[in-house]
Design a protein around this ligand. Structure first.
Ligand code: SAH
Length: 208
């Protein structure tokens, strides 16, 4: 009975997560891109990550194929992880609203794209990837399933590590000193713990 509750919860949260993306995916379809980086490789990678983030959790929800990979976790831990996923959904929504039509499933620069440095981007360069890491770890805990957890981490991790450095390189090529400066002031996945008074002042005063 308990397991059925988590199977349903995980699926419902996944649907909400998917629905949050729909309007932004529609918007970005109208973009005219002026630059794209290893697009085919990126597309394959996104598909593999999708298997870990969507397909395998859905398999867990609707079939018993993965039930042998179940591990025991206290009920309350799984409930806390479920709440974490709900908060993660809201975080995902806020990030999408901030990035707006600059979001893209693969690495591109659209015509007239401006560097977003407001909202959570004031502190973190890749908040969407931070949110994905939380997501992938939490969903395996909600499912209490070692396959969902490990497969998710490997597939998302592969996309993350092959993408994030290429993305920063692309952004430096596009925005030059502005992005280099932005990198100094922000953390890649988490806010910088220490920023000197001087650079904090410079960061908020600087206009490009
Ligand atoms: N790495 C970011 C965005 C992921 S979506 C995050 O984790 O939040 C990928 C697209 O976002 C890329 O095609 C890139 O052009 C765009 N992008 C990334 N950072 C950006 C920023 N600070 N401002 C504008 N566009 C950005």
């Amino acid at each position: 009975m308990n397991e059925l509750i988590f199977k349903i919860l995980l699926f419902v949260i996944l649907v909400v997560y998917g629905l949050i993306r729909v309007p932004f995916a529609k918007k970005c379809r109208n973009n005219k891109n002026i630059k794209s980086v290893h697009t085919l490789f990126e597309k394959i990678n996104v598909f593999i990550a999708w298997l870990g983030m969507v397909f395998v959790p859905v398999l867990y929800s609707f079939t018993s194929i993965l039930d042998t990979f179940h591990f025991n976790l206290p009920f309350y831990i799984r409930i806390i992880a479920t709440l974490g996923l709900i908060i993660d959904c809201e975080f995902f929504h806020i990030i999408h609203k901030t990035l707006d039509d600059n979001w893209s499933p693969v690495l591109v620069i659209k015509d007239g794209q401006k560097l977003v440095k407001n909202g959570v981007y004031k502190y973190i360069r890749h908040p969407m990837y931070t949110q994905c890491w939380f997501w992938i770890i939490l969903q395996g805990i909600v499912a209490a399933n070692i396959f969902v957890e490990i497969f998710g981490i490997i597939t998302w991790g592969f996309l993350y590590f092959t993408r994030v450095f290429a993305e920063e390189k692309m952004m430096i090529e596009q925005y030059g000193k502005e992005y280099e400066y932005y990198m100094k002031q922000t953390g890649r996945l988490l806010p910088k713990i220490y920023m000197s008074k001087h650079s904090r002042f410079e960061y908020f005063e600087q206009e490009y």
